[in-house]
Design a protein around this ligand. Structure first.
Ligand code: PRX
Length: 651
């Protein structure tokens, strides 16, 4: 939010400090309060990670914590075996069977609650149903569902029978679903025919039909009917199928620690999304431990992560982390401003939420809506707040701390990625001083450093973020493409001849003299729109597919609420009419090929794009224009005038 948007009055009420100590009341009860943990993990690495593994009940305990025999294809807790569904459900039954596992609420106020007993019953019925339609161990099951309780239930049912899930965010288009199903060789799909947004039941079915028509192999589909009762034809009806197996118990399949738990596709620099492979033992230990250490969760907590399970945040910190710890996890299907802009605070009050985790983009929207909304609710149940997904500006941090946390909750700003599986850089809430805008220190056991382009470590200044030791939650490979795994993540700074393997997350960062890391954003061609990660190449390919478009460049420009927004620069073909109609078709193509959340903020027609003498598009200049920043150096351009021309149009 710009200075002008913030009223002076509110500004005056924000705390002025640049750093904050964790509140005493919080420290008194925190899971970790002793800073010696950093040293302890460092001196006992990698065995320190047994502290994470022991949060779970393994069938067989590992023989080795870390196997480095085939770097960078690391293996964790080798020889160990477990079942992720058993860890998240069955083992809680004796002590917490009657306690709530999932507290779900729909936008229209509908409520559904599942105790751990209920969850056990549902998951067993779904597991039996999946087996009934032919799903076997290691078969990839795609799941394309909005935030319904059935989504985590299906994920856990897959885990129970050893079938990796491949959840595709429900906002993605049919093309995106089809690509992900093709790439993962997924022959099964669980989905719904519609979902609610701002009071309307939207069609999901036609997207599913289109995707199924374009996937080349046969797909067995199960559809949860929300709009229409199941007709009894075509795909299986979810309720009918599952109800037919109610009461069946399916023994959890014993999975090797390194067996795949799930795939999650994410965008990178090159065209096609990558299938990030996560395995069972390391991932589950890591998300359980970070939920325990950073979110400070205990089984007694009511915890709400207001993200979507279709992204990694929801996998790790709505489903697996909190349920592994036996916590109550809140799920909400709907918009945060429906029926009014206090919807979330009203729910925090009603459910007496203890810990709340969201994205900075949401905090900036809350800020814009004003303090009356949170102030009209009793938020005193909250004891910890978190953010994830993009940098949080200090002002938004302070607003969150002051108006949501009442200055009595620590705020953890957690840096991590789809690939890291769980949190990597953040303060430990009962230990570390908080500096608004800076994520904090690498977690104990995580060797993250800021380095120069040449790989020299930076002590106090800017550079690139790198991770110098493996960690249990890390991705194991890019599905079906080991070479791409090495190329994308381990090429920039590693020195294989010296057996030195350094993970490069493609983020720029700065570090201060206390070692606190501030993550500045992606240095590859990835745009982060409201915490959603989009590849500019994917966007460009959608744009150039439109008739009348000769050439296009897509960049991210800074945006008050979304963090970044998509800007499209287009050279139209000579005989095309570069006007609103073509603009509309371009927007439609992006929404159609990727999804409505990728909708361009602006489509700018230009006779030319800024290019170097060798013909390369200078995206950096287009980013400056989109962000309203002063232009960087234009002297190497073949056509310097074009930038001013474009700027004139954007303003
Ligand atoms: O650029 C970083 C940004 O989000 C990217 C990862 O996106 P994704 O894989 O979709 O996962 C998002 C949820 C974990 C990172 O490369 N990012 C994430 N958290 C932060 C962040 N940037 C700054 N500060 C953060 N706390």
């Amino acid at each position: 939010m710009s200075d002008d948007d913030m009223s002076d009055e509110i500004e005056a009420r924000l705390p002025e400090e640049d750093s904050f100590e964790p509140p005493e009341e919080f420290v008194d009860q925190a899971n970790y309060t002793d800073s010696s943990i950093y040293e302890r993990f460092e001196s006992d690495w990698p065995e320190c990670w047994e502290e994470a593994a022991t949060l779970l009940d393994w069938y067989d305990v590992h023989d080795q914590v870390l196997d480095t025999s085939d770097e960078p294809f690391y293996e964790w807790f080798t020889g160990g075996s477990l079942n992720a569904c058993y860890e998240c459900v069955d083992r809680h039954l004796p002590e917490r069977g009657d306690e709530l596992a999932i507290q779900w609420e729909g936008e229209n106020g509908e409520k559904r609650q599942f105790t751990y007993e209920d969850l056990h019953e549902e998951v067993n019925a779904v597991a039996a149903a999946l087996q009934d339609i032919g799903v076997g161990e290691d078969d990839v099951v795609s799941v394309y569902m909005p935030m319904l309780p059935e989504l985590p239930i299906v994920m856990l049912a897959c885990a129970r029978i050893g079938a990796p899930h491949n959840v595709v965010f429900a906002g993605f288009s049919s093309d995106a679903l089809a690509t992900r199903m093709e790439n993962s060789d997924s022959e099964y799909l669980v989905t719904v025919d519609g979902y609610l947004r701002r009071g309307e039941l939207l069609d999901h079915e036609s997207k599913v039909d289109d995707a199924l028509a374009s996937v080349e192999h046969d797909v067995e589909a199960v559809v949860l009917g929300r709009r229409e009762p199941w007709s009894g034809e075509g795909p299986h009806g979810y309720r009918e199928l599952v109800d037919g197996h109610r009461g069946t118990e399916v023994e959890p399949v014993e999975r090797d620690s390194e067996d795949m738990l799930f795939l999650m596709y994410t965008s990178g620099t090159t065209g096609t999304p990558k299938g990030v492979k996560h395995t069972t033992g390391g991932y589950l230990s890591y998300v359980a431990w970070t939920a325990h250490a950073v979110l400070d969760l205990t089984p007694e907590d009511t915890y709400w992560c207001a993200a979507d399970i279709g992204w990694i945040t929801g996998h790790s910190y709505i489903v697996y982390g909190p349920l592994a710890l036996g916590t109550t996890t809140v799920m909400y299907e709907g918009a945060p401003d429906h029926p009014d802009k206090d919807r979330l605070w009203e729910m925090v009050e009603r459910y007496m939420v203890d810990v709340f985790y969201t994205a900075p983009t949401a905090v900036r929207a809350f800020m814009k809506w004003g303090t009356d909304y949170p102030e009209s609710h009793d938020l005193s149940s909250l004891r910890l707040l978190g953010t994830v997904g993009e940098p949080i500006n200090p002002r938004a941090w302070k607003w969150y701390y002051r108006y949501i946390g009442g200055e009595s909750c620590p705020v953890v700003d957690t840096w991590w990625q789809t690939e890291t599986g769980g949190m990597m850089v953040t303060t430990l809430p009962g230990i570390g001083e908080m500096k608004p805008g800076s994520a904090g220190l690498p977690l104990p056991g995580i060797d993250a450093r800021v380095v120069t382009g040449e790989g020299e470590e930076v002590d106090d200044g800017a550079g690139y973020l790198t991770v110098h030791k493996p960690w249990p939650g890390m991705l194991r490979t890019v599905y079906g493409d080991d070479e791409r795994y090495i190329e994308e993540y381990w090429s920039e700074y590693s020195d294989p001849d010296e057996d030195e393997w350094i993970y490069f997350p493609e983020d720029g960062a700065k570090v201060d003299d206390d070692g606190y890391i501030t993550v500045l954003g992606r240095v590859d061609d990835v745009v982060n729109v409201s915490g959603h990660r989009l590849g500019t190449m994917e966007l460009e390919s959608a744009v150039v597919g439109v008739e009348g478009v000769a050439e296009a460049a897509v960049v991210g420009g800074s945006h008050d609420v979304k963090g970044e927004a998509v800007y499209v620069y287009v050279i139209a073909e000579e005989d095309a009419d570069a006007g609103d109609e073509l603009r509309g078709e371009i927007v439609e193509a992006v929404e159609g090929e990727i999804g409505p959340f990728a909708r361009p903020e602006e489509v700018v027609f230009t006779p030319d794009l800024p290019k170097t003498r060798s013909g390369k598009i200078m995206r950096r200049l287009l980013e400056d224009v989109a962000s309203g920043e002063p232009l960087g150096d234009t002297s190497t351009l073949r056509n310097p005038d074009v930038v001013e021309d474009i700027r004139g149009q954007v303003e």
